[in-house]
Design a protein around this ligand. Structure first.
Ligand code: PLP
Length: 351
């Protein structure tokens, strides 16, 4: 049926998300970086008390209630915020608005979030992939030389877990001809944020999500912060009602409850240190992480074998069958108890 599709669609492979087992199955799911704690009780209360009138009518196309909540929580002007159906939606908008063919290419360092490539492929735009150094130093000069219409930097990055220094992001913002998109999906678990760059540079956009820090991956809600002149192009491209009324109400309550989010994040950060120490004691190489996952190289077993063995014990972690990553696993930080279960299983398998 290839004749039905554009050549670019025939040529692409399509994004493959982490496995999503049925809810209620007895699987310890440490493969998609979901938060192990429930969403804020205030967010759940907002869900329960939602007025039916809000579902009868179309939602606010600009999700202003949520933008105001972001403004209050993060101290940015409400009209510097755009809201999306997950930050994936915002990445999609950005690439649709800015990239096409070979002349307006999408640029990013590798390895990183695999969706960037998929979105560039859908858009029939060239994706220039610039390898990170082995120690995950940013290939700054090569990124500048690639002169992207959109340059995407995930920081903290997945699957490496590292943060790109703010000084290097500032240099990129200064020297790039196009947009610098900083994907901060994991910022809630990090020590630093380059968010202030959006005030310094009108070509910088910072993307965030409620999927990781706020335990709301199922809600599908992300947002981005940038100068309104940058946002204006994205508003033209987005679906009118790209965020539903439930997400707006629940998301606003969640982001207003910073105390609850910070409490969950503190537990995950503590557990992150503990799990890293334990795995290092087992001989694993563990990369320093500013996220809610660890990138590790197992000792005494091939990464793929260990992934399969854990899976057969109902523990899912992420294995990437690609050069540079195929000797490593990415493991989401769970609760203390879940991490203990994981360590027990690894101990059992590796003796
Ligand atoms: C999880 C993730 C996202 C996607 O977040 P959603 O808001 O759930 O779409 C974006 N970027 C990176 C790097 C991620 O890991």
């Amino acid at each position: 049926m290839t004749r039905l599709f554009r050549p670019a669609v025939n040529a692409m492979r399509g994004y493959v998300p982490g496995e999503q087992p049925k809810p209620g199955s007895p699987i310890l799911k440490l493969n998609s970086n979901e938060n192990p704690y429930p969403p804020s009780p205030k967010a759940m209360a907002a869900l329960r008390s939602l007025d039916s009138e809000r579902l009868r009518r179309y939602p606010d196309p600009f999700a202003r209630e949520f933008c105001q909540a972001v403004s209050d929580a993060l101290d940015v002007p409400a009209d510097w915020v755009i809201v999306g159906n997950g930050s994936d939606d915002l990445l999609n908008l950005l690439i649709r608005a800015c990239a096409e063919d070979d002349t307006r290419q999408v640029v990013y360092p590798m390895p990183t979030y695999v969706l960037y490539r998929t979105l560039a492929e859908i858009q029939s735009s060239r994706a220039a992939e610039v390898p990170y150094a082995d120690d995950f130093r940013l290939p700054l000069e090569a990124l500048v030389a690639a002169a992207g219409a959109v340059t995407l930097i995930a920081t903290p990055n997945s699957p490496s877990g590292h943060c790109v220094p703010i000084a290097e992001l500032r240099q990129l913002a200064q020297r790039l001809p196009g947009i610098l998109a900083i994907d901060e999906a994991y910022v809630d678990f990090a020590d630093q944020t380059p968010l202030a760059l959006v005030r310094e540079f009108d070509n910088v956009i910072v993307l965030r999500t409620l999927s990781k820090g706020y335990s709301l991956a199922g809600l599908r809600l992300g947002f981005a912060i940038a100068n309104p002149s940058l946002l204006s192009g994205l508003f033209k491209v987005k679906d009118s009602y790209n965020v539903d009324a439930v997400a707006i109400a629940v998301g606003a309550a969640a982001i207003r409850d910073q105390a609850y989010k910070n409490h969950c994040v503190a537990q995950i950060r503590t557990a992150r240190t503990q799990l890293a120490t334990t795995l290092e004691q087992l001989g694993f190489t563990v990369w320093p992480s500013q996220t809610n996952f660890l990138l590790v190289r197992p000792a005494g077993a091939k990464a793929e074998t260990l992934y399969q063995q854990l899976k057969s014990q109902n523990i899912l972690v992420r294995y990437f069958n690609q050069p540079g990553l195929d000797d490593k696993l990415r493991i989401t930080i769970g609760t203390g108890e879940q991490n203990h279960t994981l360590v027990q299983a690894i101990n059992g398998l590796l003796g």
